[in-house]
Design a protein around this ligand. Structure first.
Ligand code: 8GP
Length: 832
């Protein structure tokens, strides 16, 4: 081999400081095309990312080869969202070369923070469901599980949120504008995906009735692969995202006729499929383009999965032993009809065999019980866009209902609830029912949520298939959410208990005994304070507001939604503001209320709540009579990167949804792991967090899910009575309704006041207000005793081990997927 190539080859793998430094420079000069003097921070980021990527490629290929050679069963995680965030720190940390990289940059006169900050945040998701998918990728790779993520490579991720005059304004998120150094384009991995057209019936070679989908439009799905680096760098898995390509870039005929727009029209329309992520969290868009996106990535992924399977197999009966496909909510549920189509129409399997294979291959995770978020596509639309799939869905439904009818004793109401077609009003396909029926396992994401699934949306299905529903409580990756986001605390932890917790978070329980150690408490507080200073500086940069580092950082960060009850927090803020003004001589515990979160662009109420928070902030923050004891900030553009700064700095974690409405929550886990105390309702995973951290170390308040259910069933309550009996609530609401926070438009908040009063207060904000204030007071009292507070904070961190997503994916692997870790053989000169 040419000696020059050989030395370069070794260089690409070297992990020492000098080797890294030389690689950075080499990439800068020969790929970015800049000289060190002229390079911008972004140029350096690209050079560093490409150099780091070099160091994972061999291991990535080894991993893929091992899966292939062992013909291992793979799990395919199909998700319309992957909220991965930045990858540089993540890759360096999982490869174990963080310090080496820092030193190499240092020798080049560069700061690691500057380089890290030049990376855009990959926001290919809305919220919890998308972030969970990203945590699962990290955990699958870290556990050595053969796991692939499949999704869409959106050209524009979740919108960038800015505040203009206190209102949310959305801007396009151009994360790919300067290129993406982590991905590998695979122009040769291309699958056709069809839309529209019609179905033709014919007789196959043995004279059986068969169908083919003809006269359809075609779009191509092209793959982009991103390596997913597991902890320790042993396993490198793949996230494969599809991008839409037109079958023909350009119509020469139109161009020659001078119709220049028309010449490229088809290309633009086709490629719109992967243009943008729908910014809807828990509300359905009802748009044809969304349905097409769902089918587009599902079909391409299934074609790819079958291609991989057929490399080793010549018939399909083993598919469920070699592939587990997890549906991340119903967005990819059309895949059930698509796999049936591929098996029956293209591979000529018998219907019943195809159905057994399909059901044994798919499993479905439900992430929300909110009725408006349960997907139901108009039959009319599916008939037009995916005509063959509509027939298949009808067929699945007919066979199922026929079988069920025999046992249903003429209970037609029950049959119509079980049907895949909702016949009330415009006929619609219930994607949840399709996902349930086409899967061998269906899971909820916390113990409470899973129980509620059995009692509510899937009650009839649960009766029909009592073994199908199971629980898999969510988790979070401790690598990103403790090790990387909170170096101060994670270094402290490691000095005491070693670094085993990085790959086995249950080991963090060894910190329990440190809660009684005064020296450790002092160091724990010091780490928290460091993080609070970092957040205070960030707040100042983002909002211009100066906050007291020694105030309680009371944090509510999540999507803006009425059920998450940011309004309850705002009402408490106003009540506290009033108390502070009324009692200026009391020595108050200073409080900083930190909010962040995006609202769906069409969700007017959520946007109005954003404006209200900003309006309240304006009044409170500039009122000298509260002596800086209270500050309110709403940080713009909440995303993974912002979360990494906010979460480690939190003292109090707001998890205050109406009980029964938050499926699980994962922010609650990140905050508790980072030593924040939770103030929360018995909702979602809060219930399990209480069990783990201990009832003494969490502030629980409010109605339970059963109480909420009973109250609603009994016809609700009269919020006006509740308000009249609570003077501080009444005063806060009166201020909102009379324009104390909106002197320029006194009626601005009429819709909010209306919803909380005559509207019946569906989310029970007023009903839970008094108990919430009691819990807030208890938290403030406790904060005065900083030793006791710290003790409880340490116990939170120490008791959160179970909430690692490693535990969660292992449960999926054992109880749903039946996949096992594969140890890749690295025979090359890899590292470590
Ligand atoms: C979220 C749930 O709201 C949250 O409680 C849970 O922790 C998370 O999923 C992960 O399981 N649900 C969604 O993000 C969701 O339903 N989004 C889809 C509508 C887009």
């Amino acid at each position: 081999m040419d000696a020059r190539f050989k030395s370069r080859d070794i260089e690409r793998r070297s992990l020492d400081v000098d080797g890294l430094k030389r690689s950075f420079l080499e990439w800068l000069v020969y790929s970015v095309g800049k000289d060190a003097r002229a390079a911008t921070r972004r140029d350096w980021f690209h050079s560093v990312a490409l150099a780091v990527r070099d160091r994972v490629v061999d291991r990535w290929m080894d991993t893929t080869r091992s899966y292939y050679q062992e013909d291992a069963k793979r799990v395919y995680y199909l998700s319309l969202e992957f909220l991965i965030g930045r990858l540089l720190t993540n890759s360096l940390s999982n490869l174990g070369i963080m310090d080496e990289c820092r030193q190499a940059l240092d020798r080049l006169g560069l700061s690691m923070d500057d380089v890290v900050d030049a990376e855009p945040d990959a926001a290919l998701g809305n919220g919890g469901l998308g972030r969970l998918a990203a945590c699962f990728l990290d955990s699958m790779a870290s556990q050595g599980l053969p796991g692939y993520g499949y999704g869409i490579r959106y050209e524009f991720g979740l919108f960038e949120q800015r505040f203009e005059n206190g209102w949310q304004v959305e801007y396009p998120e151009q994360w790919l504008q300067f290129g993406n150094p982590w991905e590998f384009a695979r122009p040769e991995v291309l699958y056709p995906v069809q839309f529209y057209g019609r179905v033709e019936e014919f007789r196959d070679s043995v004279g059986e009735r068969a169908y083919r989908w003809v006269d359809a439009d075609r779009v191509l799905a092209m793959a982009y692969d991103t390596p997913v680096v597991g902890y320790g760098g042993e396993t490198i898995n793949t996230l494969r995202l599809w991008s839409a390509r037109a079958t023909r870039d350009f119509n020469f005929g139109h161009f020659n006729d001078g119709a220049y727009m028309k010449a490229v029209e088809q290309k633009i329309l086709s490629e719109n499929l992967s243009r943008v992520l729908y910014p809807n969290d828990a509300t359905e868009t009802g748009k044809e383009l969304r349905l097409k996106q769902e089918y587009f990535f599902t079909s391409a992924s299934l074609q790819d999965i079958l291609r991989r399977y057929l490399q080793h197999h010549s018939s399909f009966e083993n598919l469920p032993n070699k592939a587990a496909i997890q549906l991340n909510d119903t967005h990819p549920a059309i895949g059930i009809a698509e796999l049936m189509r591929l098996l029956v129409d293209q591979h000529a399997l018998r219907w019943d065999d195809a159905w057994d294979i399909t059901r044994a291959t798919f499993a479905y995770t439900n992430h929300t019980l909110l009725p408006e978020a349960l997907e139901a596509w108009p039959v009319r639309m599916i008939e037009r866009v995916l005509p063959r799939h509509m027939q298949i869905i009808y067929e699945i439904n007919a066979k199922f209902l026929n079988r069920t009818k025999a046992r249903a004793d003429g209970d037609n109401a029950r049959l119509s609830r079980l049907s895949l077609i909702d016949e009330r009003g415009e006929r619609r396909v219930r994607m949840g029912n399709l996902a349930f029926l086409g899967s061998h396992k269906v899971n909820g994401v916390s113990a409470l949520h899973t129980e509620l699934m059995k009692q509510t949306v899937f009650a009839d299905f649960h009766q029909e298939f009592p073994d199908r529903i199971n629980n898999k409580t969510n988790g979070i990756t401790p690598r990103r959410w403790l090790k990387q986001a909170n170096p101060a605390l994670s270094e402290l932890i490691t000095t005491r208990i070693g670094e085993g917790w990085n790959s086995d978070l249950s080991q963090i329980a060894a910190l329990r005994e440190k809660a009684d150690d005064v020296v450790f408490r002092e160091e724990f507080r010091r780490a928290k304070r460091k993080n609070k200073k970092r957040l205070a500086a960030y707040i100042a940069r983002q909002t211009g507001e100066e906050v007291l580092v020694d105030s309680i950082f009371d944090v509510q960060v999540k999507r803006m939604h009425e059920y998450k009850r940011q309004l309850l927090n705002v009402l408490h803020t106003i009540a506290l503001y009033n108390e502070m003004r009324d009692n200026p001589t009391v020595s108050w515990v200073p409080v900083t209320k930190v909010f962040a979160g995006k609202a769906a662009p069409s969700y007017h109420m959520a946007k109005l709540i954003i404006k209200l928070i900003n309006d309240v902030a304006k009044v409170v923050n500039h009122d000298p009579s509260v002596h800086d004891n209270l500050k309110v900030v709403l940080l713009p553009n909440y995303n993974v990167t912002a979360a990494e700064i906010i979460i480690p700095a939190a003292d109090l974690s707001e998890q205050i949804s109406t009980a029964g409405m938050e499926a699980s929550g994962t922010g609650n886990m990140k905050l508790a792991l980072n030593g924040a105390l939770t103030i929360g309702t018995l909702d979602g995973a809060n219930v399990e967090i209480r069990e783990h951290v201990g009832a003494d170390n969490i502030f629980i308040f409010g109605m339970t899910a059963d109480e909420v259910n009973d109250l609603r069933a009994s016809g609700g309550f009269n919020p006006r009575e509740v308000i009249a009996s609570n003077p501080s609530l009444k005063r806060a609401l009166d201020m909102i309704s009379t324009g104390a926070f909106s002197p320029d438009d006194r009626n601005r908040y009429h819709p909010i006041v209306q919803a909380l009063t005559d509207g019946g207060d569906h989310f029970l904000v007023t009903a839970d207000f008094a108990d919430y204030c009691r819990a807030q007071d208890a938290a403030m009292q406790l904060y005065r005793d900083s030793e006791e507070w710290t003790r409880k904070a340490i116990l939170n961190t120490a008791n959160m081990g179970w909430f690692s997503s490693d535990r969660t994916v292992n449960e999926y692997a054992q109880e749903i997927w039946d996949v096992h870790p594969v140890k890749p053989s690295h025979d090359g000169e890899g590292f470590r």
